[in-house]
Design a protein around this ligand. Sequence first.
Ligand code: CUA
Length: 349
Amino acid sequence: MSTQPVTQCCNLGPVRRGAIVRITLIGVVVAIILTLVAVLIPWLPDSASKQMDRIEFIYWFATVISIAIFALVMAVLLYCVYKFRSPPEDESDGPSIHGHTGLEIAWTVVPAILVIAIGVISAVVLSQNGDKGSNPMTVRVFAQQFSWRFEYPDNKGVKSYELVMPLDRNITFELESADVIHSFWIPAMGQKQDVVPGIHTSIVITPTRLGNYTLICTELCGLGHATMRAPASVVTQDDFAAWVKKKQSSAGGGGGSGKALFASAGCGSCHAFTPAGSDGAIGPKLDNVAADAKKAGEDPAEYVKESIVDPDKVLAPGFQAGVMPGSFSDTLSPQEIDALVSFLTAGSQ
Ligand code: CUA
């Protein structure tokens, strides 16, 4: 058997032009495949805010760098695996080699520059995305297991269980939690911020696209976490003014429909109630709440009202104290509580 000549692979002696051409070709093919995966699959939701535009820029900046580095490494690796493979019966060790100072400096300095560039751009975007700008509009956000509530101090103090945002305004969200840590996130708006009991956190969003979105709680906060969502919409500034006016005129009146409140205040996340079409199983089923009141010798309306404002006073069998928030008498207006009570007593037996 003839002895194999020692292959001059790794001491980077004379590298032939043919090898460089082949490595470059492999790199281009790998880069094209990766680019197609990055571009053709919708990894991110379509941006609906200025902040999300900036966040998307960082994603693409980092993705382009990653594709280039990955393609280079894979090209050299694939070429070497094929070109310098050993014949099946060759079990000898490869030649012992020492490092290559120039190459080591290059593969330390180039990635360091790229990582620093990503860090600097991220810091700039973080600072821009935290900038309230001039004349911001404030929306106060109250989170509790398992619902969201909004107050508009700059717009006559209007209160709402749906988030309505005017187009192209810098909106500062002031976040408060009544119980545990929640997290405020509208995916298409990019920004995400924890809502922590005891401290005030805030976040800025400038909506740039009309439409309906969903505010999602993205911090595991208890059994109803997955259902802790609120409708969020972006409307024109005229439509926003009209919405504020409508909200303001209805605030002192009926308090809204009980059915709408049941959904928006998050009742359906925990309670099954046929007229509301909800099937939550964290709290007691409410279809027989009027009958239960009569059995206990109480007026159904009083019984339901007490269960909303002081939920731990009388517990349904099999359910624990401290699960339902006791804060609804603060977060709902008396009119809203009355609307809920009539919805519940009318819809149950
Ligand atoms: Cu609130 Cu998860």
